[in-house]
Write a protein that binds this ligand. Sequence first.
Ligand code: GTP
Ligand code: MG
Length: 211
Amino acid sequence: MIIKSATFICSNTKLAPLPVANMPEYAFIGRSNVGKSSLINMLVNQHGLAKTSQRPGKTQLINHFLINEKWYIVDLPGYGYAKVSKNSREKWEKFIRNYITKRESLQCVFVLIDSRLEPQKIDLEFCCWLGECQVPFALIFTKADKQSAVKTDQNVAQFKKALQGWFEEVPPYVVSSAEKGQGRDEVLKFIEDINQHFVMPILVPKETPEY
Ligand code: GTP
Ligand code: MG
C-alpha cells in the first residue's frame, strides 16, 4: 500500500467524542515504551506524527490518525508503566477495555511485544483477554534492530509457545524495527487486505455510541 496522506485527527480521554466509526480502524497497543508511536511513524513514513519519547508513559491519550482518507490508525497509551498510580491504572484499564470491546469499526488490535524480552506475563495476559473477548489481533515484535536475528527468533518462538497453551491457532505476527523500516510492508499489506473486506458497521441509535 502506498501512503499518500497521514493526518492527526484528534486526541481523546473519553470514548464518546471519538470520530464516527465509519472507516476501518487499527489500534496499536503494548507496554509503555515498546515502540508503538515509533512504529506508527515508520508505517506512515512521517517522523514526528505520533509523539515518541525515551521515557515511558509518553502517549496518554487515544490518538486518531487518518490514513489515505480511508482508514484510521489509533495510538494508545501503554500498559505496565510502574510509576502510574493504582487509580490511574484502573482508569486506563476501563477506558481501553471499553474502547477495544465497543468500537464497532475496530478491525484488528496490533499488540506490540519487545522482541528483546522473553515472554512477559502482562503481554500474555493481555493477549488472552483479547482472545476471551474474541477481538481479532496480531502481534508485532518491535526493536528487532537491537539484537541478533537469532535472539529475536528465540523470543518470538517462546512467545508463540506460551500462547499455544491458550489459543488453538497462534495469531499472525510480524517482526519489526522502526529504525530500519523492517516489517513495514507486511503490516501495511495485512491492513490493506482487511480494508478490502470492510463492511460499514450499523451504528444505532446514534452516530456516536454511548460508552
Ligand atoms: P508510550 O507512548 O510511552 O507508551 O511509548 P511507545 O510505546 O509509544 O514508545 P515510543 O515509540 O515512544 O518509543 C520508545 C523509545 O524506543 C524511543 O526512544 C524510541 O526511539 C525507541 N524505539 C522505538 N522503536 C524502536 C526500534 O524499532 N528500534 C530502536 N532501536 N529503538 C526504537
Ligand atoms: Mg507512544
